[in-house]
Design a protein around this ligand. Structure first.
Ligand code: CA2
Length: 148
């Protein structure tokens, strides 16, 4: 049984309503429902979205008390938030970074992730399924870590 903190960064609350050609037509609520479904009864998820850097950092700090790992789409914070990166490094929870779009084929400012160096890995470009792939990767990683 793993407890996972699922975090969505700024503007992701608009998913499904705008820019569907880039981010798809799934709403955040539908993505979260798919994640809960994939986690099944075996794993617990707590989902959080905020447009505020400090609120996300507070949630990460609090996750130290209950979570085994973090699944995060940091949104645009990916590209410049050293504060978010430091928070992830500080709590030492295995973290998987996910993106709906392939950030490496888009504008050059999106090619850099300041989060990636403190993450177990990154999944980008598979639309809402990036979250599913990221959850599976995180659960597998946590499972592997438990082996003697
Ligand atoms: O591809 C991703 O998942 C991103 O993290 C999405 C961020 C973007 O800044 C990153 O470079 C890549 C933007 C999220 C904005 O989401 C919207 C959703 C609907 C309408 C407008 C924005």
């Amino acid at each position: 049984m793993a407890q996972i903190a699922v975090i969505h960064g700024p503007n992701l609350n608009l998913l499904g309503a705008r820019e569907t050609h880039i981010y798809g037509s799934m709403t955040l609520a539908k993505i979260e429902a798919a994640l809960v479904d994939a986690a099944g009864a075996e794993h617990g998820l707590r989902c959080f979205q905020s447009n505020h850097e400090g609120a996300i950092i507070d949630f990460i700090h609090a996750a130290r008390e209950w979570a085994d790992g973090i699944l995060i789409n940091p949104g645009a914070f990916t590209h410049y938030s050293y504060a978010l990166r430091d928070a992830i490094a500080a709590v030492k929870l295995p973290t998987v970074e996910v993106h709906l779009s392939n950030i490496h084929t888009r504008e050059s400012f999106r090619h850099t992730s300041v989060i990636a160096p403190v993450a177990v890995g990154q999944i980008a470009g598979f639309g809402w399924r990036s979250y599913l792939l990221g959850l599976q990767a995180l659960l597998d990683h946590l499972h592997d870590q438990k082996q003697p």
